[in-house]
Design a protein around this ligand. Sequence first.
Ligand code: PHE
Length: 485
Amino acid sequence: MAEKAILGFLQNNEEITDSGLFSAEFNLDHGEVVNVIKSLHGFRFIDVQDIKKETWVLTDEGKEYAAEGSPEVQLFLAVPEEGSISKDELERKLAPSVFSIGWSQVGKKRWVQMGRQVSRRVQHVEDKVKDQLLQIQEGKEVDKDIISSLKSRKLIMQQTWTGYSVKKGPNYAPERKKVATDLTRENLQNWKELEFKEYNFNAKGAPLEAGHLHALLKVRKQFKDIFVQMGFEEMPTNNFVESSFWNFDALFQPQQHPARDSHDTFFLKAPSTTRTLPEDYVERVKRVHESGGYGSRGYNYDWKREEANKNLLRTHTTAVSSRMLYALAQKPFVPKKYFSIDRVFRNEAVDRTHLAEFHQIEGLICDRGLTLGDLIGVLKDFFSRLGMSKLRFKPAYNPYTEPSMEIFSYHEGLGKWVEIGNSGMFRPEMLLPMGLPEDVRVIAWGLSLERPTMILYGIDNIRDLFGHKVDLDLIKRNPICRIGI
Ligand code: PHE
């Protein structure tokens, strides 16, 4: 309706000078006319210019009086034509605000005799306020004095009215054809008759309500891809529960080591102990702890089987590595490159950087005659694939590796060296009881998945990354991939 009227009018006339007057003349709703103007302007059918006018509109109170009459007239009409009414009764007949406002207004106008008894002084009054309000409501011009008196009574307020003046635009046509917006079969069959809407390449697509990967999963995939590219095989890590034997003893970690305390490790109540261990290997492990062998003096203490049997939540994925190396030693030797990325548990106080569970990334290479130089070379290769090529190594201690090195990387963003992992060569006291050939060396390294993920995604509190406080929106907003730690 409105569109036809506007385009039709412009066909014979230069200009629509005021959309408000135009709407009134053609009996159209101005809101609808404005919508059509905006849409036609978008397609450059028309050129438009804003018109802003200050107008007066009724307040809620003003609207009420326009409908019900002014309080003074309501009060006047409540006074009987003849005789009188008590002030109390009059008050009861009217709403409290109508009574109080009406009372003061009739006083000024001297319409009634005011006292304990109220009676009319005139027989007829006009409701000028109501009439004036109705005029304003209809958009009619009213006198300045009236405006200021209604304004002071807070019955009207100023409002900016926006309309438009309209002329033909560069794409003007007397009629707007509905443009086709979809490439349907029918539309393609009739393409010659149709006009297609142009593509808006700047428009954002509708947000996809699809699943989103958690940052840890994305970074895990990046690490996994790197290992796979470097020819590593993934180790089976599908057992969170492990025996102390594989988690500690097989790794030549003495039974009185502080990490084996319940302050640091979660032990299981049920089942509290493991059922089976390879007995002949257990025997060799016991011996190496107690009295050494293979060129070692051992720890010289009384090794207890009950301690080794205790079940726990694995404290590192190196438990899986020890099982895998033992299995490897049971067959004729072949070199291997193994990796794992999975969850481990430590009985720690939770803070900004620590949780009681986290993920470890571990890589190991097992071959004859490997050296510390090989370890450094592999680490440089591995970390440079993550965008970390400035590395430094610091001597460290692990019960199961010798030598051991902490790995540091220079973080350009933070402008400092940050520790990124731990590494070493597994000790002969660990490898030889398993049955691996004497010249076989195992180089290995481990790091957490959380730390690089926090650096990559700019998260400084681990509880924002993992656990019940994680904001799902953060997961949705995170970039698909980040490179360079
Ligand atoms: N298991 C070690 C840790 O918990 C990491 C590591 C793995 C160290 C392999 C050396 C070799 O931190």
